[in-house]
Design a protein. Structure first.
Length: 418
């Protein structure tokens, strides 16, 4: 009895399997009759059923359906160009069939290369599919343009990605480039894949295609690097993401030191990170790379100023001013640092009971104030309307402490007028 039950189950399974293969045969008949829509509906279950004995054949038939549908519309498009022609092509159907034919051919190849029950691989469909799918490369590009013009970016990038990736599929990856050379516009489509991915906020894909473009065409590296960097910037969510982004910018900055944008991106990153230690280390890296970089000295001075390291900050600002004698922010900050140093010294030396200073100590404070004064007066000269730096109050403090009543009154009036 048990043996009979097993045989019955096996017979049932075989019937199901043969039924799926019968579906494939029926779909073939519909294709021959030109009823592509009915053929795809008939074939659909066999493509995914585990009971289909020959998946490669089923998927190849799917390839046939869409390729023939594409060819039918492509022929109609050519005929429609003849003056007075009544025939018209369905462009959307044509391009949709092209991409589906390629996708089906790739799936065919996957099953075509699987070993049979004896462990042997007998490739049946690859060569024929390679020959006809190569013919679809240009239509895929045209289809992408068709959808892009209609502002359907999802379909546009679907076709363009299929075009640039088709040589990497199992169907073509072992084919020598001489047998399937890239078209002259291949790199342009790579760019559009990267750019459109970024525009659509698909930053992971944007990074992938930007890297491919940099490798394929160094002349487009500038545009590709921008997409790469801004994609990684927008992807920053974790510490690892941030590290990946900043290391990428550093590599580009080192390779292209003349490009200010890379330095500016790093400066933005470190100043926004609110990590003074990292900012200081990076400023030192930049100075080691180029001691003539005034901004690196300015940033180094800023960190030292925030740490109340007045003398060190002033020396860094002086380095920046040597490189640009109108670098007003550094000129102003150097004066502020020295003024702050004088105030700290005054508080330190003041009598604990009276708050007064001995003449010797007062002279020590005045010496520092006299060092600060030229910097702040220079800032006043460069920016008389105080649009860039607010020099009036620190100048008031210095003039007042030095006993210059006329000038301190003038500065006080400016401060009060604000």
């Amino acid at each position: 009895m048990k043996k009979l039950m097993i045989m019955a189950l096996m017979a049932g399974a075989a019937t199901t399997a043969f039924a799926q293969d019968a579906v494939v045969k029926q779909a073939k008949k519909l294709v021959s009759a030109g009823d592509f829509e009915a053929a795809t509906q008939m074939l659909a279950p066999a493509l995914t059923s585990s009971e289909t004995l020959d998946k490669a054949a089923a998927w190849n038939l799917q390839t046939d359906i869409y390729y023939q549908q594409y060819s039918q519309q492509a022929d109609a498009a050519i005929k429609s160009m003849v003056p007075g022609a009544k025939e018209k092509a369905d462009s959307a159907l044509m391009y949709r069939s092209a991409i589906k034919a390629l996708e089906a051919a790739v799936e065919t190849d996957k099953y075509d290369q699987m070993p049979d029950e004896k462990g042997k691989v007998k490739v049946k469909y690859q060569k024929a599919n390679q020959d006809r799918m190569k013919m679809l490369s240009v239509p895929l590009v045209q289809g992408g343009q068709y959808y892009y013009n209609k502002q359907n970016n999802d379909e546009a990038i679907h076709l363009w990605k299929a075009y640039v990736n088709m040589r990497e599929t199992s169907l073509f990856k072992n084919l020598p480039e001489t047998e399937f050379p890239k078209e002259p516009f291949y790199n342009d489509i790579l760019y559009y894949c990267a750019f459109l991915s970024y525009q659509m906020k698909n930053y992971e894909d944007a990074v992938v295609y930007a890297k491919k473009l940099i490798e394929a065409d160094p002349s487009k590296a500038g545009d590709a690097n921008d997409i790469l960097l801004f994609s990684k910037k927008d992807l920053m969510k974790t510490a690892e993401d941030s590290l990946d982004y900043v290391n990428t910018v550093k590599e580009l900055h080192k390779a292209n030191p003349e490009e200010e944008r890379y330095f500016n991106l790093l400066m933005e990153f470190y100043t926004r990170s609110n990590n003074q230690k990292a900012l200081a280390e990076w400023a030192d890296e930049e100075i080691a790379l180029n001691a003539q970089n005034k901004m690196a000295w300015a940033l180094k001075g800023e960190v030292q100023m925030n740490n109340r390291e007045w003398d060190a900050a002033v020396e860094s600002y002086k380095k920046a001013i040597e490189l640009d004698d109108e670098f007003i922010q550094c000129i102003f900050n150097a004066g502020v640092c020295l003024n702050s140093k004088a105030i700290e010294l005054k508080d330190k030396l003041a009598d604990k009971n009276t708050g007064g200073l001995t003449k010797v100590n007062a002279d020590k404070v005045k010496e520092i104030l006299n060092q600060a004064l030229p910097f702040l007066e220079r800032a006043k000269e460069l920016d008389p309307d105080r649009e860039k730096v607010k020099w009036a109050y620190p100048l008031y403090q210095i003039y007042y402490s030095l006993g210059d009543k006329a000038k301190s009154d003038e500065m006080e009036a400016l401060v009060n007028a604000q």
